[in-house]
Write a protein that binds this ligand. Structure first.
Ligand SMILES: C[S@@+](CC[C@H](N)C(=O)[O-])C[C@H]1O[C@@H](n2cnc3c(N)ncnc32)[C@H](O)[C@@H]1O
Length: 221
């Protein structure tokens, strides 16, 4: 099964095509483990289509968390504000109606489960092991780190942690996702896989697997 490029091209969002293709491929590998995938930051559904299409092939489930009120940079007056997503009746951003329409158009309503809430609140009672966690929520350090801290413990051995918007050069973009990526790398719990543009990909080590460089103190600062 291939994802519907026409639908994807018409969905508002921040996922580059090559990164999206990679999300699709990693999700295909992840879902074969029999455990669900989870993303933080649904927005209007662009990344959900890439991940969800792969998950659907194996009759799996993608949980997609968002409070749907937009991140700091998507608020009125900020760089990524989109007036079409502003609900004047209640004076706030609301991306949930569009997200639901996109899931319906993409035939993913029985695959992608929207969870409307803050990521750390959802995490409070979460107990299901996950084969993939994709972090693309708020880009302030506190938010990105909280997402990492809340969800990393649920990733199964061999499962994947993906982080979006990794800019090694501060002139190209905000540093919070990159800083969180560095924290994950130096935890000694992950194998680093090739990045695709700004998409960082880490794979949770299997039980008993020793990361390269561990005994040379690489992970100890
Ligand atoms: C960069 S956008 C996600 C883009 C999306 N993945 C795509 O492919 O287009 C970030 C989203 O994260 C959501 N968000 C920010 N902080 C959050 C939090 N603490 N919990 C849940 N959602 C959050 C915002 O509402 C926003 O829709």
């Amino acid at each position: 099964m291939e994802f519907n490029v026409e639908i994807i091209n018409n969905v508002k969002g921040f996922m580059d095509e090559e990164e999206g293709q990679h999300l699709f491929e990693i999700a295909l590998a992840a879902i074969r483990t029999g455990y669900p995938c989870l993303e933080i930051g649904s927005y209007c559904g662009k990344s959900s289509i890439y991940l969800g299409t792969a998950v659907k092939e194996n009759k799996g489930v993608l949980f997609s968390i968002d409070h749907h009120r937009g991140s700091e940079e998507q608020q009125p007056g900020e760089d990524y504000f989109d007036p079409e997503l502003y609900d004047h009746r209640y004076s706030h951003i609301d991306t949930l109606p569009l997200f639901r329409q996109v899931l319906e158009k993409a035939g993913l309503e029985d695959t992608v489960i929207p969870i409307v809430g803050k990521s750390d609140v959802v995490a409070r009672m979460w107990a299901t092991p996950l084969s993939l966690v994709f972090i693309d929520g708020g880009h302030a350090f506190e938010t990105a780190y909280t997402d990492y801290n809340c969800w990393v413990g649920h990733i199964i051995p061999g499962g994947y942690l993906l982080i979006h918007d990794i800019f090694k050069n501060p002139e190209e973009g905000g540093q919070a996702p990159f800083n969180v990526y560095q924290i994950a790398r130096s935890s000694g719990l992950f194998k680093e896989l090739p990045m695709v543009k700004t998409l960082g990909v880490l794979q949770r080590l299997q039980c008993g697997e020793i990361p390269e460089g561990l005994n040379q103190g690489k992970f100890i600062s």
